[in-house]
Design a protein around this ligand. Structure first.
Ligand code: FES
Length: 169
């Protein structure tokens, strides 16, 4: 059996808290190849979609050929390889983030940007997503802008960053 920590040293960024959630799920499932679908669900919940480097990580962890993991993802319509929108803003709505104002952030995004979770801007520049916990509870409220985890975000700061992303194209 592989250890979670050696896998974490692989391709994925060590400081990305989301990887730790996937590693915890892999460990809980005892790295059984049969747990592929469940692990993919966990990954999609925290990333909003399934990036290729995350699939490679899962494939290695479960000792499955990458082609098997990829074909599973493309077979089921509820998995997505691509994020919706050129840029993504994923707001964590897990307990710690909720207590620290995640819903207020979502309300502000809706009021200032006009988008709700699951929606994409008309020009496809921005997609809004939510996750139940991204593993960065100590940084609540946490938001992931594209692939960057932003901790202890304030309303004005996050709205400005989103607008900057949309304007950057
Ligand atoms: S609840 Fe938001 S990071 Fe855990």
């Amino acid at each position: 059996m592989k250890s979670g920590s050696s896998l974490l040293d692989a391709e994925l960024h060590k400081t990305d808290p989301r990887v730790k959630l996937i590693a915890a799920k892999l460990k809980k499932e005892n790295f059984k190849p049969d747990a592929l679908i469940e692990v993919l669900h966990t990954a999609q919940n925290v990333y909003g979609h399934l990036p290729l480097n995350v699939l490679a990580y899962i494939s290695k962890a479960l000792s499955l050929p990458p082609s098997r993991v990829y074909s599973t993802v493309t077979f089921y319509h509820f998995f997505s390889l691509k994020s919706k929108g050129e840029h993504t803003c994923l707001v964590c709505t897990g307990t710690a983030c909720y207590v620290k104002g995640a819903q207020v952030i979502l309300n502000e995004i809706e009021s200032k940007i006009g988008l709700r979770p699951g929606q994409v801007s008309a020009d496809n520049q921005l997609g809004i997503q939510v996750a139940r916990c991204i593993g960065a509870c100590g940084l609540a409220p946490a938001v992931v802008l594209d692939d960057e985890v932003q901790g202890k975000v304030t309303l004005g700061e996050i709205i400005n960053k989103i607008i900057d992303k949309m304007a950057a194209k």
